[in-house]
Design a protein around this ligand. Structure first.
Ligand SMILES: *Cc1c(COP(=O)(O)O)cnc(C)c1O
Length: 353
């Protein structure tokens, strides 16, 4: 028997979530599959989302893998190219590039003559991460329009607060003002903007997190949005302990029993991607029953409370997150976000489809 931890990827859930996105917009859908498809597996995700109009990611080798697997839709490099060497592959595999900085426009002079390049010109509408300032946009646009290598230009921006109470209003105004000068396709919306702000949809929307079945909002659950979790992390209890009042559990004796109680030791730790900073009280399911984490998470193990479920024993299935236990809830308890937990599952955890 191998160590019992596994991560289940539900391709039907991915498909369902893409349909939710489709129903929410008439724009084309650029499925964001960066970071190994938010930890779900690049090609596994592409297969389930093969109906998408495009795929967006960062790593040029991943883009090449998509092409070699036969995907013909737009493949967008979200940070564009990083060096002249990349340009050969961009041309050969007909990849679309975000252009976010002046140095990239200069580097384009080295673009191979044989193929035309589609670009997504990024304007910084207020997030102040990547992109040309509204003032610098006109000259960047002009340079790309005149550039022999460039075919189509799409204008894009990214929202900092679409998932929060602040929303998109400020950045949307900035974007619309700069975009008004150009007759090009537009793209701004991440999952949150796609679900909540139709005015941001434009020609292309760029959902990520919602495709994996997590809600981008703290005030609306994935279930309320019609989304299904695509990733479920499960393991089993491999040992139990009967504690007496005063007994301490795990490193640092972080948890101390205030009564006699039974606990389970689960084959899952931070080396599997479970967050080490998750505190006592973080929810888990044991054979489907709600329970909680106790004490510090170790590298390969964690402990759970079995007080409310005395039938639990070695072999009982423990759901760390996913079906029945939204990853957002676990993430909130660990003071992080669903995105980080999904991306953190490590290579040693076997994947089951
Ligand atoms: C990651 C990313 C997205 C997707 O964001 P979600 O919040 O996961 O929907 C969209 N656009 C850009 C530029 C991104 O980097």
């Amino acid at each position: 028997m191998p160590r019992p931890i596994q991560v289940y990827i539900d391709q039907n859930a991915l498909e369902n979530n893409l349909h939710v996105a489709r129903r929410s917009t008439s724009a084309r859908i650029m499925a964001v599959i960066k970071a190994n498809g938010y930890g779900h597996g690049l090609l596994r995700v592409a297969e389930a989302l093969s109906d998408a109009d495009g795929f967006a990611l960062l790593d040029i080798q991943d883009a090449v893998r998509l092409r070699e697997a036969g995907y013909r839709q737009t493949v967008l490099l979200l940070e564009g190219f990083f060096s002249e060497d990349d340009l050969e592959l961009v041309a050969e595999y007909e990849l679309t590039c975000v252009i976010h900085s002046e140095w990239q426009i200069k580097m384009l002079d080295a673009y191979p003559k044989r193929a035309a390049l589609d670009v997504w010109l990024k304007v910084d509408s207020g997030m102040h991460r990547l992109g040309f300032s509204p003032l610098a946009l006109a000259s960047a646009m002009e340079a790309l329009r005149r550039h022999a290598a460039v075919r189509e230009i799409t204008l894009m921006s990214h929202h900092a607060c679409a998932d929060e109470a602040r929303g998109v209003a400020g950045q949307l105004t900035v974007f619309n003002e700069v975009a008004a000068d150009y007759r090009v396709a537009r793209s701004q919306a991440n999952s949150a903007a796609l679900l909540r702000y139709p005015a941001t949809h434009g020609d292309w929307v760029r959902p990520g997190i919602m495709l994996y079945g997590a809600s981008p909002f703290s005030d609306t659950t994935a279930q309320q949005l019609g989304l299904k979790p695509a990733m479920t992390l499960k393991s089993r209890i491999i040992g139990t302990q009967d504690l007496l009042a005063g007994d301490e559990v795990g490193y640092g004796g972080r948890f101390r029993a205030d009564r006699s109680m039974r606990i389970g030791i689960v084959a899952c730790g931070y080396a599997d991607g479970y967050p080490r900073h998750a505190p006592t009280g973080t929810p888990v399911l044991v054979d489907g029953y709600p329970s909680t984490l106790l004490g510090r998470v170790s590298m390969d193990m964690l402990c759970v409370d079995l007080s409310a479920y005395p039938k639990a024993c070695a072999g009982s299935v423990v759901t760390l997150w996913g079906a029945g236990l939204p990853v957002e809830v676990v993430a909130a308890s660990a003071e992080t976000i669903a995105y980080e937990l999904m991306c953190a599952v490590t290579a040693r955890v076997p994947v089951v489809v």
